[in-house]
Design a protein around this ligand. Structure first.
Ligand SMILES: NC(=O)C1=CN([C@@H]2O[C@H](COP(=O)(O)OP(=O)(O)OC[C@H]3O[C@@H](n4cnc5c(N)ncnc54)[C@H](OP(=O)(O)O)[C@@H]3O)[C@@H](O)[C@H]2O)C=CC1
Ligand SMILES: N[C@@H](CC(=O)OP(=O)(O)O)C(=O)O
Length: 350
């Protein structure tokens, strides 16, 4: 059986750290792992399957002999180094938004569109975390009843914004509980914006920068990526993305309108309970519903609170939760690598 040389780019980050964990338990046959990060981290050590691995500084030549490279070090790093990796024969699974909407680059959630991998020319994009968990929950319903409209509001954990945002939130919480009136806020809602606000004991209705139409880039990602993954530009999608002071686990209130009549809460529960990658947690009588705290550390997407809209017969509401660092990022990337192996697609056809 073929074994692979695998590289993780951004190995010290919130996502990269989880990628290493996911690879440790993956079915992907791994011959050798290379951990890459910035110059700052070169020489530091991590363990992989009990062995010490020294982190190396990322350069174009890092990819010599690499078969699969998982990227998670920000969009500009992917823009610069993913083509270099492909040039050297590696297949890239990119966690950033750098290539997601590029034609010819498959945007893949294996439970939904694994077949799209067959079209890859070296780079495969991993979708936005909030998009991934939503499409996992919607695809089985779409297959049966069609999907006309989606309106989603997210409650996104701070770990989606990286290690430094997690540390800043913890410090803000400590400072506020200590009675300080001024707390440091230098990262959120968006590292590149003019103003910053504390997240502790707060909710920020801005993730990423605003665009001219009043939506943020995060909201546009959810809208555009959903259509690309489902190969259907006609689905109406709207999103409001909100950062909440949760460490990990993105939650979403999702409202859908189906194309066909006839769905009931029971039929949707039945479909979702049998769908891949989904755990149904839906029993109001027992106060059973998905929660961020109980989803953390798990690979599945959790769905509950399924209700029929009180005015629209084909309208349904649901609550969708997943670990944003796992299914939303590292696990979906490793799953893509496993699918590439299964489909014999670990080679570059340019
Ligand atoms: N699918 C999705 O929705 C998600 C995608 N992401 C993507 O992954 C990226 C990383 O996210 P996250 O782990 O949260 O971020 P972190 O800030 O926690 O980690 C950033 C990582 O990138 C590395 N890095 C930074 N600059 C360089 C450089 N010049 N050369 C090489 N490595 C570098 C860092 O290394 P060092 O420690 O040495 O600085 C670190 O390993 C995000 O920018 C985003 O694009 C993230 C979350 C979810
Ligand atoms: N923006 C997401 C994480 C992320 O990095 O997404 P993207 O890869 O689409 O930029 C969050 O903050 O939760």
């Amino acid at each position: 059986m073929r074994e692979y040389n695998v590289a993780v780019v951004g190995a010290t980050g919130a996502v990269g750290t989880k990628m290493i964990e996911m690879l440790e338990t993956s079915s992907l046959p791994i011959k050798h792992i290379k951990l890459l990060a910035s110059k700052r981290s070169a020489g530091k050590e991590k363990t992989f399957k009990g062995e010490t691995v020294v982190i190396e500084e990322l350069t174009a030549d890092s990819f010599e002999g690499v078969d699969i490279a998982l990227f998670s070090a920000g969009g500009s790093i992917s823009q610069k180094f993913a083509p270099e990796a492909v040039k050297r024969g590696a297949v890239v699974v990119d966690n950033t938004s750098a290539f997601r909407m590029t034609e010819g680059v498959p945007l893949v959630v294996p439970e939904v569109n694994e077949e799209a991998l067959k079209e890859h020319r070296g780079i495969i994009a991993n979708p936005n975390c909030s998009t991934i968990q939503m499409v996992v929950a919607l695809e089985p319903i779409r297959k049966k009843y069609g999907l006309d409209r989606v309106i989603v509001s997210t409650y996104q954990a701070v770990s989606g914004a990286g290690v430094s945002a997690i540390e800043e939130l913890k410090q803000q919480a400590r400072d506020m509980l200590d009675g300080k009136t001024e707390v440091t806020a230098e990262i959120l809602p968006s590292a590149g914006d003019k103003k910053h606000y504390p997240l502790a004991f707060n909710a920020l209705p801005q993730i990423d920068l605003f665009t001219e139409d009043g939506y943020t880039f995060e909201e546009h990602k959810m809208i555009n990526e959903t259509k690309k993954i489902m190969s259907d530009d006609a689905i109406k999608v709207s999103a409001t993305c909100v950062r909440v002071p949760v460490l990990s686990g993105h939650s979403e209130s999702v409202y859908i309108e189906l194309k066909e009549a006839g769905a009931t809460v029971k039929s949707l529960q039945e479909i979702l309970s049998q769908a891949p990658g989904i755990v149904l947690e839906d029993d109001p009588a027992e106060q059973l519903y998905p929660q961020a705290l109980t989803a953390v550390g798990k690979k599945e997407t959790f769905v509950g609170r399924i209700r029929q809209d009180l005015d629209v017969e084909t309208g349904f509401h649901m609550w969708v939760v997943s670990d944003n660092l796992l299914k939303g990022a590292s696990w979906n990337s490793v799953q893509i690598a496993e699918s590439l192996h299964k489909l014999n697609l670990v080679h570059v056809n340019q």
